[in-house]
Design a protein around this ligand. Sequence first.
Ligand SMILES: *[C@@H]1O[C@H](CO)[C@@H](O)[C@H](O)[C@H]1NC(C)=O
Ligand SMILES: *[C@@H]1O[C@H](CO)[C@@H](O)[C@H](O)[C@H]1NC(C)=O
Ligand SMILES: *[C@@H]1O[C@H](CO)[C@@H](O)[C@H](O)[C@H]1NC(C)=O
Ligand SMILES: *[C@@H]1O[C@H](CO)[C@@H](O)[C@H](O)[C@H]1NC(C)=O
Ligand SMILES: *[C@@H]1O[C@H](CO)[C@@H](O)[C@H](O)[C@H]1NC(C)=O
Ligand SMILES: *[C@@H]1O[C@H](CO)[C@@H](O)[C@H](O)[C@H]1NC(C)=O
Length: 824
Amino acid sequence: MAIFFTLMLIIAVIFFFPIQAVFSAVDTIEPYKTIGDGTTLISIGGIFELGFFSRGNSKNRYVGIWYKNIPVQTVVWVANRCNPIVDSFGSLTINSTGNLVLLDHNKSVIWSTNSSKQAKKPIAQLLDSGNLVLRDEEDVNSETNYLWQSFDYPSDTLLPNMKFRWDLKSGLKRRLSAWKNWDDPCPGDFTHGTEFDPQLQTFTEFYFRKGTKKFYRTGPWNGLRFSGSPDLRTNPLYGFDFVDTEDEVYFIYDLKNKSVISILVLNQTTSLRERLIWIEAEKIWRTYASFPRDGCDKYGVCGANANCLINDNPICHCLKGFKPKSQEKWNSMDWSEGCVRSSPLNCLEKEKDGFIKFSDLKVPDTTRSWVNKSMNLKECRAKCLSDCSCTAYTNSDITGQGSGCVIWYDDLIDIRQFSDTGHDLFIRISRLELGKINDNKIRIVIPVAVVGGVTGMLLLGYFIWRRYLKDKTDRNETSRKNGGQEEDLELPLFNLSTIATATENFLVDNKLGEGGFGSVYRGKLEDGKQIAVKRLSISSRQGVKELKNEVKLIAKLQHRNLVTLLGCCIQGEEKVLVYEYMSNKSLDSFIFGQNEGKLLEWSKRFEIIYGIARGLQYLHQDSRLRVIHRDLKASNILLDSEMNPKISDFGLARTFVGDHTEEKTNRVIGTYGYMAPEYAINGFFSIKSDVFSFGVLVLEIITGKKSRGFHGDNHDLTLIGHAWMLHNEGNSFGLLDQHSMESAYDLKQVLRCIHIGLLCVQKSPADRPNMSSVVFMLQSESELPQPKPPGYFTEMDSTKANSSSIKPKPSSTNDVSISLVEAR
Ligand SMILES: *[C@@H]1O[C@H](CO)[C@@H](O)[C@H](O)[C@H]1NC(C)=O
Ligand SMILES: *[C@@H]1O[C@H](CO)[C@@H](O)[C@H](O)[C@H]1NC(C)=O
Ligand SMILES: *[C@@H]1O[C@H](CO)[C@@H](O)[C@H](O)[C@H]1NC(C)=O
Ligand SMILES: *[C@@H]1O[C@H](CO)[C@@H](O)[C@H](O)[C@H]1NC(C)=O
Ligand SMILES: *[C@@H]1O[C@H](CO)[C@@H](O)[C@H](O)[C@H]1NC(C)=O
Ligand SMILES: *[C@@H]1O[C@H](CO)[C@@H](O)[C@H](O)[C@H]1NC(C)=O
């Protein structure tokens, strides 16, 4: 009986216990239990195994995790990566303070977890995900609340459902690092992880590094994929997601078919991150995809401010508006120095810079970037323009209509061209360069404006242009597709019915005024936006094509002191221009009107003078087209709700090319009181004739008196002559408008403005400063040259100018632009 019992016991020990052993306790290590070399943990579903392993002929023993059922041992995680145990007497245990420790023969700690919390009942467990976790069985949330987990300290492998993350709360950053060699799990210098600066709010992306050098980057997440990985798309193998919150940032993927095995691995030897798939039939790992893919993926291969086009030879191209820093090196295929701007940005005058739109780019390195997910593209553009070091911007998320704002500073590094990522990038460039880029167009358009302009153009215009729809901010910026340049200058056409509805069929009550070439109406679009509608008179001779060309041409002009044209409407006989509505109408009503004049204290007047000077400077010198306005006067200065001045009415404007700044016309058109003598008498107009008109305007703004019809107290002096006299007497402050004197004013500034005004109305154009000098003089305290006697000193001069060989056309109001000379 006893023998039988013993036999049964032996049978039980042999057959029963091993079976039981497989099904119990082997996925965990409990306190005071030890796993020695030769024993392993197996995750509950039998997917992963943890134990001691060696590679090659080496005696070095490492603790690692591998796929249980794959015959080619695939180690996905290693504990003691650089610290092998040199014999087979290593052991894993949980020590008395609750950490999992790897001990050698002499019981010294080779490796350990470093949980900062002491568990009541610590337990280490290998999960079916491949995650080795340390948790507290007393903790009710212990299934998710890990004290430590191997997923936080990845080796070279990113497993499915493993968050590749940066924990912003704890500061923990996960980073993959390749094995030094196939038989040495110690980290090599090839690493991969996310890098961004949460303090500086830089845009998040993942980098691959070789040592400290950047090797490849994924590009930032754009809502759909990484900007540098257009092929990261919906696929049968895996799903993926990128999460970016205040607490954590991570990338994660999961396999669609749970019976497929696939991992992402960094390989030091090949310098690739490969996606491998286990092919059970052949018992091999097969590469599904690997990064970097080609020469353009090599970090910064083309240097700064260049684009990489993989199908071109050579692959590197400077971005438009940039040129090789060293042409010689560039020619010999050494692109390392990259490209520099062909013309510098004009930071201080923010409207001087524009943007070129590039499509389907891998956006630049985000190390020097800034992101705000709630701003829209328009705010983004403004933010970029307001910052001197901003060089590019775009939406941070391209899902749907696009949202969010990311801007870049300084040099743009590591850009490449794809055929379809859907990610646009707006690169800042000086207007000068923007002009060159559109060279082809300009050559066509300018002759129309200058040559054809003499007849048709003079009648029509008002062609300042800006963005017209908020969500189409960058309509007036050129775009680039697949490496080729493409003009993106659609003409925003309004429907006549829209205009008719907005103005209640051009209702007389809505009429704001009558100008030289048509009537202006107030209107209200369906969305409530107020507009000013200029209905050009039917008799205007300009053709539709020319009108369109002009609007497009002037579309390039943008300045805060120029009125914004929102669009136009050309339908049948009707030609209509649509402007932003200026709630304060024009300057003349403020300075010449009795009541409003009171509202304009000196500081406001000065701001207006300064604003007009800036607008005019832009027209003369800074815009890509040089423009002579030819009809600067108080009624053509519109004021927005904040009383910012905006130059309007470009009906008489003329463009000129290069330094050619003077022209003669047989058809003198302008407004009495503002015209420079050489223009009124001989038909010579130039930027200096605009300067003269500006000078008159300055004196008007200061005195509150109209130049035309000015009656001095006791003599026949013009306003100019009057100012000149008082200036010579040292009494020029007496010019200051009564109303201005009632409030605080800066006498020095007033006198300086009068002085500058007098310099602008000098008789000889050569004696007048250009507008840049005027702007400079207005804002500095530099010594001013003494003015000589001005033009139109007396009423007699003025009359002479107006009547000598000139027959003014009759006009209903004396302030309407009129034609003084009819040619031949
Ligand atoms: C347990 O291991 C951790 C990590 O090595 C160590 O900090 C701690 O001192 C150990 N506790 C004891 C009692 O040795
Ligand atoms: C263990 O200790 C012995 C002597 O104390 C030493 O010779 C040996 O190198 C140690 N072994 C390890 C693996 O550190
Ligand atoms: C644990 O050790 C890792 C290095 O292995 C270190 O980066 C981390 O800060 C440590 N965590 C704690 C809580 O000490
Ligand atoms: C890296 O790739 C090479 C070539 O495919 C391969 O022989 C080697 O085993 C890989 N290294 C590791 C650590 O997997
Ligand atoms: C999942 O993969 C296995 C093995 O490749 C295959 O036999 C099975 O049909 C797949 N299942 C689905 C739903 O695709
Ligand atoms: C982001 O932009 C929004 C909208 O312009 C603004 O309200 C918010 O303060 C900005 N956030 C940061 C952190 O700048």
